[in-house]
Write a protein that binds this ligand. Structure first.
Ligand code: BTN
Length: 211
């Protein structure tokens, strides 16, 4: 199925491919980017929990970027996350607990937030290159994306607090929840890829589906 063709169908797609190259007909791509940015914002409806003294909340929303990376692929997912963060930065209350503005980016969670686009990008790149978008591949990709977020978030927290031990120990509290979220996200992504193969992102390597 070619969703980029919208309601024009296959015949319309053939006509469009003659008169307009795919890159100049990005309406579906823009729609996916916006819809999945909204999806990550919806995850922010769930409030964050502050455990320990790090000032970084336990949230559900942080699984959004790697999950969207696993669903949309690198470019669209990164664009989705950047859109969400840009709207947040200009003041929309899109982070957990209805927070927005610049403050979250320069607070203790700032590094984790900055890691979100990179997390989406890395997961998207892995999933785009995967021959089979099955649960275990998606699980590994999403786990890698979460790890990438930690590699920015923890050093940022260290710089913020000036205390490496506090930053590392304070971040351990997130690990059980992030493992659970990763497993659930991989299951969701696997179901979506099975139900809509090559529809939401680029076709899998070696896929016979027409792009
Ligand atoms: C914010 O809303 O201010 C950003 C929250 C970042 C939370 C980080 S992401 C990785 C780790 N897992 C969590 O549940 N919380 C932290």
């Amino acid at each position: 199925m070619d969703t980029e063709c919208g309601s024009f169908g296959r015949a319309g797609a053939n006509l469009l491919s003659v008169s307009a190259p795919r890159a100049s007909f990005p309406a579906a791509t823009i729609a996916k980017t916006v819809v999945f940015a909204a999806f990550i914002a919806v995850l922010g409806i769930f409030p964050g929990f502050y455990v320990g003294g790090s000032g970084v909340p336990i949230v559900i929303q942080n699984i959004g970027p790697p999950l969207v990376g696993a669903i949309l692929g690198a470019r669209r997912a990164t664009a989705s996350v950047l859109l969400l963060l840009a709207l947040t930065a200009v003041g929309l209350p899109l982070l957990s607990g209805g927070r927005g503005g610049i403050a979250p980016f320069i607070g203790p969670s700032g590094g984790f937030l900055l890691g979100w686009p990179l997390s989406a990008l890395v997961v998207g790149l892995v999933v785009e290159r995967a021959r089979r978008r099955v649960f275990r591949v998606l699980l590994a990709a999403i786990a890698l994306g979460v790890l990438v977020d930690y590699t920015i978030g923890v050093p940022f927290l260290w710089a913020y607090t000036g205390d490496l031990t506090a930053a590392v120990v304070g971040s351990l509290v997130f690990v059980p929840g992030d493992i659970a979220k990763t497993v659930i996200a991989a299951a969701v992504a696997a179901v979506l890829h099975r139900a809509l193969p090559d529809t939401l992102t680029v076709p899998a390597s070696g896929s016979s589906t027409t792009p």
